[in-house]
Design a binder for this molecule. Sequence first.
Ligand code: SAH
Length: 254
Amino acid sequence: MSIMEKKGKVYLVGSGPGDPELLTIKARRLIDSADVVIYDQLPGEAIIASLPQGAEKIDAGKYAGNHRLSQTEINQLIIKKAKEGNMVVRLKGGDPYIFGRGGEEAEELVNAGIEFETVPGITSAIAVPAYAGIPLTHRNYASMVLFMTGHEDPTKEESALDWKYLAGFEGTIVILMGVKMLEKNVKQLLKYGKNPSTPVAIIERGTRPDQRLTTGNLENIVNISRERGVKAPAITVVGNVVEINKILGCIDHC
Ligand code: SAH
């Protein structure tokens, strides 16, 4: 078959939160048979180091504050590689459809008429707290969970986040991309009446060898995280379930 006849296909693959053993079997199989892998840094060093030798590997490097390719450029690149007849794996941290703009990439593929499939991954939103000994629900502590971005698109005219609702939410709040705006977000929760003694955990680089847990409450977490120099990528958990860590401890270390 000539290259012109070969039909490309794109797999939007979730890599999980970083521990290579949390890659799904399907993700591993697709990665190992890809012609092209387009990734950024979020899948983490161990998974990036395991990308196949034979594949063309492209680091789209769109890490917070250090943009290499714009989202539009990434979309164009994925489409170009597929049109050339390649089997393309677009590897995304965690799950492709939990933040990280996987939905937008899929829409672009539909618009371009390119065949694609999504392979869910274990989202950091659940796996990272789990490795830090924090179950997101628990019969005695929380019957609901909410995932939110801590870093809204700054070009948005009106916030899509309803802080009154969030402050009154009687379950666990999991914040992704929450490091940069931690102070602002904590202030909003307190302003709308969330109890200052509500426990908070911040887990940096969860499920990786250098994962680190920082705990406090809404009143002191901003200072504590500043003192400890907390950096992205990190998951912030707000709610009483954080206390369970004292009983369970961390998998690996904290
Ligand atoms: N699709 C991803 C999320 C992309 S948004 C997922 O499902 O996990 C990027 C944010 O994910 C980061 O800012 C951070 O909040 C979170 N994140 C991803 N991997 C992480 C990890 N190993 N440890 C802590 N946070 C992580």
